[in-house]
Structures are given as structure tokens and as C-alpha cells.
Design a protein around this ligand. Structure first.
Ligand SMILES: [Zn+2]
Length: 263
């Protein structure tokens, strides 16, 4: 299976989960040179894209990145127009080696993605993937819950047993900030020093990790917890998961969970 098949399968699943309406959402995935060789000649630079921020730490790496204005809905049937494979040529330049056939360019969130990759690679050498999408219940929660990251994490952990197992480091939450700009990119990458998942209030989520399965599973689990929250938060609660039960769970699964939330 080529990297294009793997990525378009996940993009299609994200669309079918109703998390990427219209041109909502974007993805960037670090590829190995072998994976790129399988698709195209990685030394044939078709076009260049200049950026004003410093990406020297990524020079030489290859990324597959969704195109700006493109719909996840269309990626599976038409990857070469909707996706691009890029090499980081120097600290300010991405070189296109495959894709964006109709003249397209990388997502407007590409600087945010690349800044997140820089931070996550410092935390985890095996890190490869950033997905941004618009899961309904996570967005709902940012309308009815306070935006304190610890409070948000605590409630998501307490919605279902699997939450703390899947995201023991918790979830960071940012207030509403203009998307596509520098401020939100810097704020998101800053949170990525400690978290794999950053919620953008009234917008969506950025999730990162090593593999397509891991990151898709992370989004699914956070969204499931948020869905449970939205179904019960205004109901009479008879019992819930306690702090002691979460600590018991953490010990049983040997989890390095974020301190200062339940203890
Ligand atoms: Zn978005």
C-alpha cells in the first residue's frame, strides 16, 4: 500500500465521520525517502513555496500535505489534485515533488502544521503526523464548558474509562484565535511541547502522533468522550468515575498521567 493510499483512506474516513465538511481540516505527514521514491522522483522540484518562518529543523524531510481549499471528500478519488508531496529545501522553502496538479498550494495552516512537527519531533523522534479536523462534539463542548485545559481534561477523563489510557498527558485548549494566522500557529506549537492534542475553541482540534492509526484513534477517543459529555452534562448524574478510580486505572496501566488534575 503506498503512502497516498494510506493517507487518502484516513482522509476519507475523517470525512465520513462528519469531521471535515467542505474544505474543513488539513493533514501533514512525514514521509521517508523510500516512500517518496515509490511515488515520484524526489529530486525533481516542480514548484517552490516560500514561508517567512524558520523551518531549518525540518530541512531534508518530506511531507505529504493537503491542499488549500481542497475537500477531504475528494482526496480518495483524486489525490494528485488535492494533495502535494513536498521536500523542505531550506529554512524558508518547500519544494513540490508530486501533486497539486491543478496549480494548488499547501493548506493555509501549513505553517502551524510545520511548527507543530518541529515541537513534536523534539518530544518524540518517531513523531510523523499532524491532523486538524472539526469533530462536532469537541466543538460543542467549547461552547458550554470553561476553556481551562485541566478542567477540560478532567471532564473528558471522567466520561469513559478509556480516556486517561489514550491521552494520559491530557488535552490543551486554546481560546478562539483567528485561524490561518501566525498567532494561532505559535500558540498551538507552544502547547505541543506538552500535549499531542490541542483544541481550538469553537473550531476543532489538532492531534499529532507516530502513525495514522494512532492519531485517528486519538481523535476518535477525544470526540467520543466529548459526545458523552454533551449527552449528560445537563442531566442529573447518579454516579461517575472518581479521582480514586482514575488513579487506580493509571497504576494498573502504568500511565504517566498529567499531575495536578485529579490528585
Ligand atoms: Zn479548521
Amino acid at each position: 500500500m503506498s503512502c497516498i493510499d494510506e493517507v487518502t483512506e484516513i482522509l476519507d474516513l475523517l470525512y465520513k465521520h462528519n469531521w471535515d465538511e467542505r474544505n474543513g481540516g488539513n493533514l501533514s505527514y512525514i514521509l521517508t525517502e523510500e516512500e517518496v521514491n515509490f511515488i515520484c522522483n524526489p529530486n525533481n522540484i516542480i514548484r517552490e513555496f516560500k514561508y517567512s518562518f524558520d523551518m531549518s529543523e525540518l530541512v531534508g524531510k518530506y511531507f505529504i500535505i493537503t491542499g488549500t481549499g481542497k475537500y477531504f471528500k475528494n482526496c480518495l478519488k483524486d489525490p494528485i489534485n488535492n494533495l502535494g508531496i513536498m521536500k523542505v529545501l531550506d529554512k524558508n522553502t518547500l519544494g513540490l515533488v508530486w501533486g497539486y496538479l491543478d496549480g494548488g498550494r499547501p493548506t493555509s495552516e501549513a505553517p502551524t502544521h510545520l511548527k507543530c512537527h518541529i515541537e513534536r519531533l523534539k518530544q518524540d523522534k518517531e513523531h510523523r503526523l499532524v491532523i486538524h479536523c472539526h469533530p462536532t462534539n469537541i466543538i460543542c463542548m467549547t461552547h458550554v464548558h470553561d476553556l481551562d485545559s485541566n478542567h477540560f481534561t478532567e471532564d473528558l477523563w471522567k466520561m469513559q474509562t478509556e480516556s486517561i489510557v489514550v491521552f494520559p498527558e491530557g488535552i490543551a485548549v486554546l481560546p478562539w484565535i483567528l485561524c490561518g494566522g501566525e498567532e494561532i500557529g505559535i500558540a498551538t506549537a507552544d502547547k505541543m511541547k506538552e500535549y499531542r492534542s490541542v483544541v481550538w475553541a469553537q473550531h476543532g482540534i489538532f492531534c499529532t502522533g507516530k502513525t495514522l492509526d494512532e492519531v485517528f484513534g486519538l481523535i476518535e477517543t477525544i470526540e467520543k468522550a466529548a459526545e458523552i459529555y454533551m449527552k449528560i452534562f445537563d442531566k442529573k448524574i447518579y454516579q461517575s468515575i472518581t479521582n480514586e478510580q482514575l488513579i487506580t486505572l493509571a497504576k494498573a496501566f502504568n500511565l504517566n498521567y498529567r499531575k495536578g488534575i485529579i490528585d
